[in-house]
Every structure is written in structure tokens, then in C-alpha cells.
Design a protein around this ligand. Structure first.
Ligand code: CDP
Ligand code: CDP
Length: 223
């Protein structure tokens, strides 16, 4: 059996990370949530009140920030300089600024380098916006996972409600639309479907149905 690299790209709330976690645990691959890395950088910059237009200050902060992704008994955890920031990186405050931070060349260069190091060796699933186009253009399987704006916003809204975040559905729709636009129109590595990606619209599919389909595709490629 051949270990392959799997790229899952798509817009906010399309199910990339939830589906990737299920798939990775079923096929025993390493899962790398690249969005979590951009979120952790955003949190580090916000906490230190760094002006993101100040490239030197951003670069300094990047050099001081150690980001790690760990799979633990309690689930996937994100650490920033040894501190568990898994919950802190998912707040609306981070969501509002992350696309601006992710548009910075200095940030992307560092993240892409780290992601390629983590993915070396194969047997990996990376989810994000530019995995199939930039990070791993040689990935054996590329999925572009999408869903309608309404379906994606409702899913995110339900998560915020569970966390007790005071936010309206309209505000979530606005954030999702704004990030879709910003992520698709930035100069460096914009969100776009790779030519050789398989488009999966899961607006009307459950997580399990989506994961089952992707697992089938992985098994075909591994054979
Ligand atoms: O989970 P959600 O779709 O809300 O976002 P995420 O995957 O956590 O990614 C947060 C943000 O990071 C995205 O809106 C992008 O701006 C950025 N990102 C990126 O630019 N490139 C990636 N490979 C992954 C995320
Ligand atoms: O990583 P990304 O932003 O693409 O999405 P996610 O965080 O994996 O999914 C957003 C929410 O939608 C999660 O609560 C998922 O459980 C839910 N979801 C769903 O209910 N049905 C799907 N087919 C896909 C995602």
C-alpha cells in the first residue's frame, strides 16, 4: 500500500477540518490544519498588539512564535509557545483579522515552509486554501470541498451558539462572505480550485457521507 498526500481546500465552513479529522483517523494519516496555523499567528500578533502593516515587527513576532499541532486523547490541539490556544484561535476576533494576516507574504512564506516540513514523507492530509495549488502541488489526491454560503454560515453559527459566543447569524454570514472574498482575491496564493482537484459540494451531505466518499478516493489512489 502506497502512502499518499491529500490536499483538501475550500472556503470557510465547508467542513474541511471536521471531514479531514474523520478521514485521517480512519486511514491513519497525519492531519495538518493549516488554517489553525494562520489563526495562531493572528492571535500572537493581536496579543502583542503588533501593527500588521509593520513587516519588520510581524517578522520578529513570527521568529518568536513556535506553533505546534498535536493529536491528543482529548482531540487535536494547537499550541503557541507551549500554551494551548485551541479555543482562543476560534473566536470572532481572530476570525475577523485572520484573512488580513494570511495575505501577508512574510507570514505565508514561513507557514508554507513549516507545512511542507510537516508533510514530508506522505501519509498526510492537509486542509486549507492553497494546499493543492501551492503547498503540495504534487499531492496525489486533491479535493475542493465546498457548500453554499447559507449552509456554511449556519454550521458556523451553530458552533458559536454551542460555545456561548454572542453573535448573530447575519454577522457570521458577513464574516464568511468577507473571508471568501479576501481569500479568493489576495495576490499571493489565493483560494482557488486546482485544475486537477475533485470538486465536492457537501451542502446536502452529512460529515460521514462526505468522509466516506473521500476515504474511497484515497483507497483507490493507495492501491
Ligand atoms: O475553519 P475556517 O474555514 O473558518 O478557517 P480556517 O481554515 O481556520 O482558516 C482561517 C483563515 O486562514 C482563512 O480564512 C484564510 O484567510 C487563512 N488560510 C490561508 O490563507 N491558507 C491556508 N492554507 C489556510 C488558511
Ligand atoms: O474547516 P472548515 O471551516 O471548512 O469547516 P469545519 O470547521 O470542519 O465545519 C464547520 C461546521 O460544519 C462543523 O461544526 C461541522 O461539524 C459542520 N459540518 C456539517 O454539519 N456537515 C458537513 N457536511 C460539513 C460540516
Amino acid at each position: 500500500m502506497k502512502l499518499i498526500s491529500v490536499a483538501i481546500d475550500g472556503p470557510a465552513g465547508s467542513g474541511k477540518s471536521s471531514v479531514s479529522k474523520i478521514v485521517a483517523s480512519q486511514v491513519q494519516y497525519l492531519y495538518i490544519d493549516t488554517g489553525a496555523m494562520y489563526r495562531a499567528v493572528t492571535l500572537a500578533l493581536q496579543e502583542a498588539q503588533v501593527d500588521i502593516c509593520d513587516e519588520v515587527a510581524v517578522e520578529r513576532m513570527l521568529a518568536q512564535s513556535e506553533i505546534s499541532l498535536n493529536r491528543e486523547a482529548a482531540g487535536y490541539k494547537v499550541y503557541l509557545n507551549g500554551r494551548d490556544v485551541t479555543t482562543a484561535i476560534r473566536t470572532p476576533i481572530v476570525s475577523d483579522q485572520v484573512s488580513s494576516v494570511a495575505a501577508l507574504g512574510v507570514v505565508r512564506r514561513k507557514m508554507v515552509e513549516l507545512q511542507r516540513q510537516m508533510a514530508a514523507g506522505g501519509g498526510v492530509i492537509l486542509d486549507g486554501r492553497d494546499i493543492g495549488t501551492v503547498v503540495l502541488p504534487q499531492a496525489e489526491l486533491k479535493i475542493f470541498l465546498t457548500a453554499s454560503v447559507e449552509a456554511r454560515a449556519k454550521r458556523r453559527f451553530a458552533e458559536y451558539q454551542q460555545q456561548g459566543e454572542a453573535i448573530t447569524l447575519d454577522a457570521v454570514i458577513e464574516n464568511i462572505k468577507a473571508r471568501d472574498y479576501q481569500d479568493s482575491h489576495r495576490e499571493i496564493a489565493p483560494l482557488t480550485c486546482a485544475d486537477d482537484a475533485i470538486i465536492v459540494d457537501n451542502s446536502n451531505l452529512s460529515l460521514e457521507e462526505t468522509a466516506t466518499y473521500i476515504i474511497k478516493l484515497i483507497k483507490e489512489k493507495q492501491a
